[in-house]
Design a protein around this ligand. Structure first.
Ligand code: NAP
Length: 269
């Protein structure tokens, strides 16, 4: 069960779509008050209003670009610093890009590092001390199955997710006995806008069984409530991750390269 201290909120980043939206819906079903963050102000406000009226608890929209300088600091000031303690932090906002790294462009690469890594670390770093002071806290970091191996044609994205997994697992151990649980959620292919945003042609994706965003969100929150360090929602993904550990380190990236090099990009950048 997800239970927060009285008066505390869940802060969900990337809540306007996909996995983050489903995490917000799932938390609303559990009557957890929430602060929802993403750039799309209208979508976010509409979702907040819907969940507020369905759950009867406070749900507020905070439109914000987490790639912007100082964004995480401003977000913590507007929540924890404004009398809205964060009992559950869901670091979900993130994006990927398919294609040769030489074509990704430095500007997009740095934006990806800012969102997928720097904003996640900064929010966690700023919110852990008040959680420690309260003796309670929950952090759900959305990584990916791409965290478990180097992925040619998604090289920086996979590396950001490897960072998230490593960082989350290390924190999980460090915080044992403090009342704070940190869980890394590692979805495989999930049916969201992620693939379109990453520049894939419509309908293109690695031919591997996918899950709905709702199933992934539920698996993440269940794993967090059970105090798990790592959650891989799809059993088939767990199987290849396990097998990948049994073969020489050079093999998995070669298989990934064969699969990912075939994917077609949409004509526009
Ligand atoms: N779908 C998959 O197959 C898959 C697999 C493994 C891991 N993941 C991970 O799951 C997480 C959620 O992805 P998704 O599949 O749900 O993708 P999605 O449908 O594209 O949702 C991404 C969310 O992040 C928000 N976001 C993007 N840039 C932002 C920024 N600069 N500031 C604040 N919010 C921002 C988006 O809202 P706005 O555009 O309104 O800002 C949206 O709410 C990501 O971390 C992704 O890497 C996805």
């Amino acid at each position: 069960m997800i239970s927060l201290p009285a008066g505390a909120y869940a802060l969900v980043t990337g809540a306007s779509a996909g996995i983050g939206e489903e995490i917000a819906r799932s938390l609303a079903r559990r009557k957890v008050p929430q602060l929802l963050v993403a750039r799309s102000a209208e979508k976010l406000s509409a979702l907040a209003a819907e969940l507020r009226s369905a759950s009867g608890v406070a749900v507020e929209a905070i439109p914000l670009d987490l790639e912007a300088d100082g964004a995480a600091e401003r977000l913590v000031a507007a929540t924890e610093g404004a009398g809205k303690p964060v009992g559950l932090l869901v670091n979900n906002a993130g994006f990927g890009w398919y294609g040769p790294q030489s074509e990704q462009g430095l500007e997009r690469t740095l934006r990806m590092l800012r969102l997928n890594v720097a904003a996640l670390v900064e929010l966690t770093d700023r919110l852990l001390p008040p959680m420690r002071a309260r003796g309670r806290g929950l952090v759900l970091n959305v990584a990916s199955t791409a965290a478990f191996l180097p992925v040619p044609y998604m090289s920086v994205y996979a590396a950001t997710k490897a960072f998230v997994l490593s960082y989350s697992q290390a924190l999980h151990e460090e915080l044992t006995g403090t009342g704070i649980v940190v869980t890394a959620l590692c979805p495989g292919t999930t049916r969201t806008d992620f693939h379109r945003v990453a520049g894939l042609a419509p309908g293109e994706r690695v031919r591997f069984p996918s899950l709905s965003a709702e199933t992934v969100a539920e698996a993440g929150l269940r794993g967090l409530a059970r105090g798990r360090a790592v959650v891989v929602p799809n059993l088939l993904d767990s199987a290849w991750i396990f097998t990948g550990r049994l073969v020489p380190r050079a093999i998995p990236p070669k298989i990934a390269a064969a699969l990912f090099s075939r994917l077609k990009r949409a004509p526009r950048d």
